[in-house]
Design a protein around this ligand. Sequence first.
Ligand code: ADP
Ligand code: GN1
Ligand code: MG
Length: 365
Amino acid sequence: MSKSLNKIMAQFNVNASIENYGNGHINDTYISKPDDYILQRINTNIFKNPAELMDNIENVTAFLRKKIAAYGGDPERETLTVVHTMDNKNYYQDGDACFRMYKFVSNTITIENADDPMDMYRAGHGFGRFQALLDDYPALTLHETIADFHNTPKRLEALEKAISEDKVGRVKDVVNEIKFVLDRKEMASTVVRAINDGEIPVRVTHNDTKINNILFDADTREAICVIDLDTVMPGSALYDFGDALRIGASTAAEDETNLDGVHFGIEKFKAFAKGYLEETSKFLTKKEIELLAFSAKLMTFECGVRFLTDHIDGDTYFKIHRNNHNLDRARNQFKLVAEIEEIEEELNKLIYGICAEIKLKNKKK
Ligand code: ADP
Ligand code: GN1
Ligand code: MG
């Protein structure tokens, strides 16, 4: 592979060949051969302060490592390990480019789209445990790596700005999608308002809980390690719960264009919620529980808004692999939002049913 990447690897004292890896939309990921290390080029157009970002990751993984050791887990497999450069830095800067390295967590798989609700149950445990382990981490000591990341009203403002600028002349082709968003403008502020009013707490959250951001054990399929920690910041548990269901509960990929095949799977929602609540119901507040089902709708909506904005802006943020890729993604997300609207009450009942079951089980113990 590229000679210059080999030079970068050498900065981390690793001499190996290297290949492209992973399906992320933001960073460039490579794997060493033999597969002992992951090298990533941090997307510094998006993450403007790599030093602060790596500071967050080092601190959070160090905290997790202690907790994992305390419960008898394996810190080498259950959280990421940052590899330092030869001069003991946690990333290497080569001109404008920034690279970091992690130990490769072996014998694991990633799942792009869960077909089996049991995988969603395990994912729910994975992200729920992550939240639980970080429950006593001092949230406000973390840097905000992307300002207002899940501030949905601000995401709408960005869309409105993109529409008014219409930089690449695409607005005329997306009037239906724009209308879909503007018709739902009111719900956008629900979580931000609840945080500002002190109705729901600020917690340490992951903020990008796509199912492919968990490593599952290749043999047992247990969710063992939460990865992609760039957006770990102060946030709301609702962001993590909702965002995980956005693709996790869908019957199709995020960019599926045949919308007849894109549905919000209730069984997968239920399975994820059960796993997540088994880890978190003891500390989530009443208001958070009340908004869990809503958060799946909100986070799917927000991501659709971001894809639509990027399409209108000329595809400058998310990696695209074909024409109209961001528009396809946006339409896919809006199809899911429309479906969740139809079943939101049912989803709420499922949440309360699961909470009651967990309470009963804990009483019997
Ligand atoms: P992005 O921000 O671009 O999504 P990720 O950090 O999620 O990048 O990494 C992309 C993919 O690389 C993941 O989905 C996973 O398959 C793989 N990966 C990342 N880190 C590790 C690791 N430490 N061990 C094993 N696989 C990893
Ligand atoms: C990006 O990095 P990745 O592919 O896990 C994005 C998320 C979006 C997601 C949509 C930093 O996640 O917020 O929900 O794409 N990450 C960032 O698939 O913007
Ligand atoms: Mg990722």
